[in-house]
Design a protein around this ligand. Structure first.
Ligand code: GH3
Ligand code: MG
Ligand code: MG
Length: 469
């Protein structure tokens, strides 16, 4: 049985599927654009003179963002080390670059009144660097993984860190230069961040990348773009400016959520963390489980067969016979029908062994079982309960009917000699005790015991006979 059939038992109507899919898409877009509403609200209704200039609060916020950014960069790097995906390398670099540049924005909060540009420019510079790296990352989506050695090569990482520190120095230099206050400087950085983030979203949509993790990526990058828009519209310390920080933080939280999910599942952004692949993996695993289960069932059946079968003759053993007798007793009690039993023992079997050897004796035993099975009905049960001792359970047979069966069996055995390879053929006889359930006792022990006593008597009366009373 194939398990995937079980997953898709219910197929909803096509129209409903299309509508829900469209609604899901609408929700994603609405959520991605949510910050735009807040920006518009402040843009149209805010009193531009309202400011919240609290340096300590800003310093704490940026410090927290720096610590979080470092942590997320580290987790992303661990994912990258595990899967080697180029996207994860660029994400790590994006977070790392952001942290190393943005930290100075916080560190220079106190400079806000001495050199406003030294304070302000690290913000857009960090967002510009990150948006470029994220765009490059997206363009490398689904590229083959990097070599294992390459992933933790310290030279590469140190080179990038040096580059980010060089950006720090460059920003410091710009902030102290004459053209620092030129509107083009800040707006080209912030506008650049906006453009690169927008390009990133456009590329994501155009490449029709739909895995859940990449949707999170897309929403985060949309929020980064909107935060840059808010920064462009803002003045330092006003409410739009703070809102811009919050939108950026929201995007960052969301993207780091994606990274953490990747870390907790497959450490990969592109290959496995998609619903389709998860479902495929699930049904594969379920099919494996199913196969294993069937295997266990087959093994159990084999063990059950081994535990209940006599290896020499292939008929049931005492254990199986007792189990079947319990079942038949219960049935007889329910239906009130008769149930009888033959207890058989081959006569002077030791002599046969002595004359023809143990293998000769075995051949006789097998031949005897064959004749026995031929003489009874299919729903009668024959079992080897000892070395050359057998029992036959006869459902529906009265004591008299069972005696007749026993007699027929006895004469069939006595009338034919067994070929064992060494001439002459062996003459074999059997002694039989018969009992009927209810009449000779209404417990299993009594039922079997009485048949054995009668067999014992048959032996004493000279063997080759059936005793039924
Ligand atoms: P009786 O008529 O009193 O039953 O005489 P007997 O020789 O059959 O006596 P008893 O039942 O005590 O001996 C059974 C013999 O059956 C003993 C044993 O060596 C032999 N035997 C038991 N199991 C096997 C077997 O699997 N193969 C062979 N060849 N012989 C067996
Ligand atoms: Mg015997
Ligand atoms: Mg015996």
């Amino acid at each position: 049985m194939h398990m995937s059939a079980n997953i898709a038992v219910y197929e909803p109507p096509a129209a409903l599927r299309i509508v829900t899919q469209a609604y899901a898409g609408f929700l994603l877009i609405a959520f991605a654009l949510l910050p735009a509403q807040a920006i518009a609200y402040l843009y149209f209704f805010q009193d531009p003179t309202l400011k919240f200039e609290d340096h300590l609060f800003h310093e704490i916020a940026i410090a927290v963002a720096t610590i979080e950014g470092l942590f997320v960069a580290y987790v992303t790097w661990r994912c990258y080390k595990s899967s080697g995906e180029p996207l994860l390398r660029w994400l790590t670099l994006g977070f790392l670059g952001f942290v190393l540049i943005y930290a100075l924005h916080g560190a220079f909060t106190g400079m806000a009144h001495h050199n406003i540009w030294l304070f302000l420019l690290y913000g857009p510079a960090s967002r510009l660097a990150m948006s470029i790296l994220l765009l490059v990352g997206l363009l490398s989506y689904r590229r083959p993984p990097d070599d294992v050695d390459e992933r933790s090569n310290p030279r590469t990482w140190l080179m990038w860190i040096a580059l980010f520190l060089a950006v720090d120095l460059a920003v410091a230099w710009i902030a102290n230069s004459d053209f620092a206050g030129h509107p083009a400087v800040r707006s080209s950085m912030e506008g650049g961040a906006l453009v690169f983030s927008a390009l990133n979203v456009a590329a994501l949509l155009m490449r029709r990348i739909r895995s859940p993790l990449m949707m999170i990526f897309g929403i985060s990058v949309t929020w980064f773009a909107l935060s840059s828009l808010a920064f462009i519209l803002a003045r330092p310390w006003d409410h739009t400016w703070w809102l811009a920080h919050a939108i950026f933080a929201g995007g960052f939280f969301l993207l780091s959520y994606g990274v953490i999910q990747a870390f907790r599942t497959t450490r990969s952004f592109s290959t496995i963390y998609s619903q389709g692949e998860l479902l495929a993996r699930l049904s594969e695993a379920m099919a494996d489980t199913q196969t294993a289960l069937l295997e266990v069932q087959r093994t159990n059946q084999r063990l059950e067969h081994l535990a209940s079968t006599d290896p020499l003759t292939g008929i049931g053993n005492r254990r199986q016979f007792i189990a079947r007798t319990h079942v038949e007793i219960a049935r007889a009690k329910r239906s009130g029908g008769p149930l009888s039993l033959l207890s058989l023992d081959l006569d002077h079997f030791k002599t046969i062994n002595d004359k023809y050897g143990h293998p000769g004796g075995d051949t006789v035993l097998c031949g005897f079982v064959q004749k026995c099975v031929e003489a009874i009905r299919p729903y009668d049960v024959v079992a080897r309960v000892g070395g050359e001792e057998f029992m036959v359970l006869l459902p529906g047979a009265t004591l008299e009917a069972a005696r007749v069966v026993g007699e027929r069996l006895r004469s069939a055995i006595a009338g034919d000699a067994f070929e064992v390879g060494i001439p002459p053929p062996i003459k074999v006889t059997i002694s039989i005790g018969v009992s009927e359930f209810g009449r000779d006792g209404d417990t299993l022990d009594a039922f079997l015991g009485v048949a054995d006593q009668r067999l014992y008597r048959a032996k004493h009366q000279g063997r080759n006979c059936v005793i039924a009373a």
